[in-house]
Design a protein around this ligand. Structure first.
Ligand SMILES: [Zn+2]
Length: 363
């Protein structure tokens, strides 16, 4: 981005050895032009109250740099009561921060950023975060981004005043390329093209949507398929969408469905070719089938156990009767012909029961 240089000496040289870990957002509470504010900073050199900021962004989006990022601009004053508790107050905050002023004509900083100002601010912050590896989130003890109010809530509670924080963090998330936490497991992103496990590729708005979904290891990938890339991916339920040519994949609660022809997508339009649809019913359907199968398995196991017990029981009876018969034969006529016949037929019945049970298992 184009940055005009209007340097001044109102800064700690080399940050007294520290590195920037924070970006501090400010509002000027007066003035609209970045160059004019930068000239004012310069005019305070050598005065009793020299002030500055690393950058000033005008309402027209112009960016002016007043101090090197290697130096600690005189921008943040001192800590006041009620400052965020994670600040290390033994270090001058100017030595660990990069300050960005936003021109706001209202003395109470009540102006919202202009579109041009917002665009410059987001781009500048993105570049600074990449340059110094500053965390792209609300500041905490490890670094990040916050307003002057975090350091001096007594005198600067309205600095910067309105600022599109949510939009900033969303923009930072979607421009962070190659961050593994946003690329679904097993997928690959080269900064332009996102490729899924099956080789289906996504670019543009669809890729941006996927990367902004905060994927993590708990996400479930169901499948993707595109009309213009036949054979790619798997549909959970082919045909459910009518034409069977939709990609959809799921986080824990939602799926993103996409179709090259927006006329076919229906539903809520996220971008001109992307919709997000709940897939609770799809998951429920799969869950019900698994649960039903599990119940059947348990029932069959119970039946098998019962049959095994029965088989053991029959075997024991057969053995006992066979022993009885053999003893009777050895006692030399101790049993009548009829009694022997009865025993033999009893054994035959039991054996046939056992065989029937065996056949039941095989079935
Ligand atoms: Zn401020």
């Amino acid at each position: 981005m184009h940055i005009l240089q209007i340097p001044n000496t109102n800064a700690f040289a080399n940050r007294n050895g520290y590195k920037p870990r924070y970006i501090i957002i400010h509002g000027t509470a007066g003035g609209s032009n970045a160059e004019a504010i930068a000239q004012y900073f310069k005019s305070t050199e050598g005065s009793s109250n020299p002030v500055s900021a690393h950058y000033v962004i005008g309402q027209d989006g112009e960016v002016v740099q007043c101090n090197s990022e290697n130096d600690g601009a005189y921008a943040n004053g001192v800590f006041s009561a009620g400052h965020d508790p994670w600040w290390n107050t033994s270090i001058n905050p100017n030595n660990v921060t990069i300050s960005i002023e936003h021109c706001k004509p209202a003395e109470d900083n009540s102006n919202v950023l202009t579109d041009a100002q917002k665009a410059s601010s987001f781009q500048l912050i993105t570049e600074i975060c990449q340059r110094w590896n500053i965390p792209t989130r609300w500041a905490d003890g490890d670094g990040g981004i916050t307003g002057h109010f975090s350091i001096d809530p007594v005198n600067r509670s309205r600095c910067p005043g309105p600022y599109p924080w949510d939009e900033l963090f969303a923009a930072l998330t979607s421009t962070q390329k190659g961050n593994s936490s946003m690329v679904p497991n097993g997928w690959h992103d080269d900064g332009t093209t996102l490729t899924d496990k099956n080789g289906a590729t996504f670019t543009g708005a669809v890729r941006t949507t996927i990367l902004a979904s905060n994927w993590d290891s708990n996400n479930t990938y169901i499948g993707a398929r595109r009309l213009d890339q036949p054979g790619h991916g798997v549909l959970l339920e082919d045909g459910r969408w009518g034409s069977g040519d939709i990609l959809f994949f799921a986080s824990s609660a939602i799926a993103v469905a996409w179709h090259p022809d927006p006329a076919l997508t229906g539903g809520q339009s996220l971008t001109n070719d992307t919709i997000i649809v709940p897939i609770g019913n799809e998951l429920l359907w799969a869950h019900d089938i698994i649960t039903a199968n599990n119940r059947q398995i348990i029932d069959l196991q119970t039946q098998l156990n019962q049959a095994n017990t029965h088989a053991t029981d029959l075997q024991n009876q057969i053995t006992a009767l066979q022993q009885q018969l053999s003893q009777a034969q050895q006692t030399n006529g101790g049993l009548t012909q009829q009694q022997q016949q009865d025993l033999k037929s009893k054994i035959a019945t039991l054996v046939s029961d056992a065989q029937a049970l065996q056949a039941e298992f095989i079935k």
